[in-house]
Design a protein around this ligand. Structure first.
Ligand code: SAH
Length: 211
């Protein structure tokens, strides 16, 4: 099966699993995942699984990228912060759904190659920065949406501060990798939040500044 047919099969599988926002499915169709995976995994680009990147990191599973994108309820005028650019794939998908995406990655090599892939694809509304994402991206705050692509035990304060009123933040929370759940936090007003549980997930850890 060629990559395009594999992509179609992936989209069908996503809608079967509950991704029912047509805008999210369209975005997943527009972003070539094969451009973000390592050369040796190109043929597997549309399998619904996470795949290895360098530095013991992984490109998230398409279903998880779609689930997070859907949970963020993005509007075309929204500005989104992502923590953990990894390959840049999820940022590219988010970039098709909102006005601008700012993504932070703590592994320098990954930040460089994510920026390069996004540049080659001409996605000028996606900005990649090398740094510690637990501090957010203060110069560009506030954000209408924040997507944290690595698991933590709690939501970093800086991210809550940088979320606009009415904004949505999605993060995998939990102590061990096998007891994580994806949580959406909606900022209703200053110091008033609503939390939704989006189900069990498995993410690489959100790491602090130092190695
Ligand atoms: N969204 C990515 C997958 C991310 S995997 C994709 O689509 O490919 C999680 C990423 O978070 C890893 O690349 C890891 O290096 C990064 N990460 C972990 N802790 C971080 C932190 N404190 N700040 C920024 N990035 C972090």
């Amino acid at each position: 099966m060629d990559l395009q047919s594999q992509c179609e099969a992936m989209l069908a599988q996503l809608s079967e699993r509950g991704i029912d926002d047509p805008k999210v499915l369209a975005a997943m169709k527009q972003v070539p995942r094969e451009a973000f995976v390592l050369e040796e995994f190109r043929a597997d680009a549309y399998r619904d699984s996470a795949l290895p990147l360098t530095h013991q990191q992984t490109i998230s599973q398409p279903f998880i990228v779609a689930l997070m994108a859907q949970a963020l309820e993005l509007k075309p005028s929204d500005r989104t912060l992502e923590i953990g650019a990894g390959s840049g794939y999820a940022a590219a998908v988010l970039g098709r759904l909102c006005q601008e995406v700012f993504t932070v990655e703590r592994v320098g090599d990954l930040a460089i190659s994510a920026a390069e892939t996004i540049r080659k694809l001409g996605m000028a509304n996606v900005h990649v920065r090398f740094g510690d994402g637990t501090k957010g991206w203060p110069a560009e705050a506030p954000f209408d949406a924040i997507s944290v692509a690595a698991g933590g035990t709690r939501v970093p304060n800086a991210l809550v501060d940088q979320l606009a009123i009415g904004g949505r933040l999605v993060i995998p929370l939990g102590r061990a990798a096998d007891s994580q759940k994806l949580v959406r936090i909606r900022k209703l007003a200053k110091d008033r939040y609503k939390e939704d549980d989006l189900g069990a997930v498995r993410f690489v850890p959100l790491l602090p500044d130092t190695d």
